[in-house]
Design a protein around this ligand. Sequence first.
Ligand SMILES: Nc1ncnc2c1ncn2[C@@H]1O[C@H](COP(=O)(O)OP(=O)(O)OP(=O)(O)O)[C@@H](O)[C@H]1O
Ligand SMILES: [Mg+2]
Length: 339
Amino acid sequence: MSHPAGTPPLLEIEGLRTHFATPRGVVRAVDGVNLRLERGEILGIVGESGSGKSVLAQSILRVIPPPQLQRADGHVRFDGQDLMTLDEAAMRRLRGARIAMVTQNPSTALNPVFTVRSQMLETLRFHPDRRRDGVDARSRMLSLLTETRLPAPERIARSYPFQLSGGMKQRVAIAMALMAEPDLLIADEPTTALDVTIQAQILELFRQVRRDHGTSVILITHDLGVVARLCDTVAVMYAGRIVEYNRTAQLFKQPRHPYTRGLLASNPVFGQPRPSLTAMPGQPPDLLALPAGCAFAPRCSQARSSCHEVEPGVVTMTAPFHHRCPVQAEDGLLEGVTR
Ligand SMILES: Nc1ncnc2c1ncn2[C@@H]1O[C@H](COP(=O)(O)OP(=O)(O)OP(=O)(O)O)[C@@H](O)[C@H]1O
Ligand SMILES: [Mg+2]
């Protein structure tokens, strides 16, 4: 999706690094990430457990407790403004309003001592500028609870979180995140706890908020089927880095990085419902003991000796799309020459 000259993309991440100090050493959970999200776009982020997906989401919103941080730098430009240098008060005005997040564990989003209703209405009390004329907060709440396919929305609104099942809490968390009509919704595995039918309905809801409000979505998921159905672009993470970032159709048609190819190949039923990342052979690396060179090289059937020695740089296809396999880029070039 292109944007008119002079309008910055909704989100532009450049050289983002989030490193943690742990008793066993420094964990480079997010290590030099570049991404760009246009208005109304849905970006999927995939990668095995521990690859840094949630830390990336938390880094955008700056919700990582400082004592654990060893290093946090780079740029996160949201609508042209660098969030990395924004003061905390301005960040608070933005969180839950222009940028909302649905976390991997819905319980963290819900306060156990307040009803759903009071928490959802509080969002608009805290962000009065996000109220829309002519729409009262209560009817917005009820329509969102209905749209997230919660049965008996009135009753849900009167409930305390402990009275709800895990799947219901997840849907309440999604409804709450949409209360302020965010420009950007970051959803971290939002449907993992839900059964397939409700999952499909939630994904349809994301499509609908994009259509009706131009909301952009960053969707973190293990499910490549979800990516194929919903996302315009996709970023594949491995050991804190984006190893491949491309338009979804392009990435599925012509995966460049051997890890991406492995992910797709380990899903022979691709195109069928719900392929997952679980069948990838080998183990994700221990971030405290990363090998020299390319972190994927020990699992890579195409690795050359240089891959075990030199950290791969970024190979740009058409900006902002890129991958991190120089070997593949070289081969691609040779193929282009010889064929
Ligand atoms: N606050 C923290 N302090 C220290 N290390 C952390 C912290 N949060 C995350 N990590 C480490 O950062 C790495 C990336 O974690 P992250 O939660 O982003 O993975 P993920 O890709 O979301 O995995 P999953 O798919 O299991 O949710 C992991 O090695 C994790 O142990
Ligand atoms: Mg996670």
